[in-house]
Design a protein around this ligand. Structure first.
Ligand SMILES: [Zn+2]
Length: 342
């Protein structure tokens, strides 16, 4: 498999299932943002189902779930809720489904605790304001953050107090098959994905997507983080999979071509890094650079855009290719003289 091939399955309409492999069903839930859907998967386990990810906690998704429980699930219970990571489109309804069926929640340890911390909504506005001031955000954005702080609890139902741990290198039985747990970092802290060598199937979550690149961001909790280094490592770890593996991703469509897709994503980040170095012909803030790279981003999506930009800057800093002057506000980045091209 030298190039990516999108598989020719019909895209499931709202409330419908598409069988992508025997006993494995693809469904979609809407998302109220520019990325307007998430893919979820149901695995038939005989007298019950397992679900991979759950959708965001908002009324439309619950209505669709109720329809699915009655029709396609024929009232067979969901007994395993597997959550790849703590982002609201994945974990949003996990607690609700677990409670409804008394199902077990499967997550990595870090993602479980990160969800709990996120649901506590504990970051005070002044910490956010300080972070965004260092980045160089305009006053209107600081006012926006102060007036409408992001609350994860608005879109994620409370999760159970207990979970079953997914660990890298371990296995999980789903639908009578052994699935190898592969964890990765960079998009989030300890993202779980599941590979079935016997059937050449891979639930990739957001770890590998065919059309869009997953956001790799620095967040307010750890301003000096270097998630891009972890992301490159995690991408490399996926190339142990067989080249004919069918990837079942959380967004876009199922595809084959793990290896070429990993190559394209790594190239995308390499190009991003080089672009930033080029733009640093004079000292600039993260916001200045974000404006040049993503001029049309609105306030709602701005945290992801500046977070992604900062992730690439922190990578360049760690690699010694740029400098960061933190003596004033905002922080100013500059390239080193050896990088200047004629
Ligand atoms: Zn995600």
């Amino acid at each position: 498999m030298d190039q990516l091939v999108i598989e020719n399955f019909p895209v499931p309409k709202a409330g419908e299932l598409v069988e992508v492999s025997e006993g494995i069903f693809w469904l979609r839930m809407p998302l109220p943002m520019s990325l307007n859907h998430i893919n979820l998967y149901l695995v038939d386990e005989g007298d019950s189902f397992a679900v991979i990810d759950t959708g965001m906690n908002y009324p439309d998704s619950k209505v669709l779930w109720e329809q699915l429980f009655e029709t396609h699930c024929q009232n067979k219970p969901i007994k395993k809720v597997v959550v790849t990571h703590m982002h609201p489109d994945h974990v949003g309804l996990a607690g609700w489904i677990c409670e409804r069926f008394d199902a077990a929640l499967y997550m990595t340890q870090t993602e479980f605790f990160a969800t709990q911390a996120g649901l506590a909504d504990g970051i005070p506005p002044e910490t956010n304001i300080q972070f965004y001031t260092q980045i160089g955000m305009p006053q209107e954005f600081l006012d926006f953050v102060a007036q409408s702080p992001y609350r994860m609890s608005n879109i994620v139902a409370p999760i159970p107090h207990q979970f079953r741990r997914l660990s890298n290198g371990g296995t999980l039985t789903l639908g009578g098959n052994e699935w190898q747990i592969i964890t990765g970092a960079g998009h989030t802290f300890e993202h779980a994905s599941l590979y079935c060598k016997e059937r050449l199937l891979y639930f990739s979550g957001d770890q590998l997507l065919p059309e869009i690149t997953s956001n790799v961001s620095v967040y307010v909790m750890e301003p000096n983080a270097n998630p891009l280094a972890l992301w490159y490592e995690s991408l490399d770890s996926l190339t142990v999979m067989d080249k004919n593996t069918l990837v079942l991703p959380s967004h876009n469509q199922p595809f084959k071509g793990v290896h070429p897709r990993v190559g394209v994503i790594k190239d995308h980040h390499d190009v991003f890094l080089d672009k930033l170095v080029c733009l640093l012909n004079t000292p600039k803030s993260v916001y200045d650079l974000t404006q040049e790279l993503f001029p049309k981003v609105d306030f709602l999506e701005m945290p992801l855009a500046v977070g992604e930009c900062l992730a690439h800057l922190n990578y360049l800093l760690a690699a010694g290719r740029i400098t960061c002057d933190q003596s004033g506000l905002p922080y100013l980045y500059d390239r080193k003289s050896v990088e200047i091209k004629t």
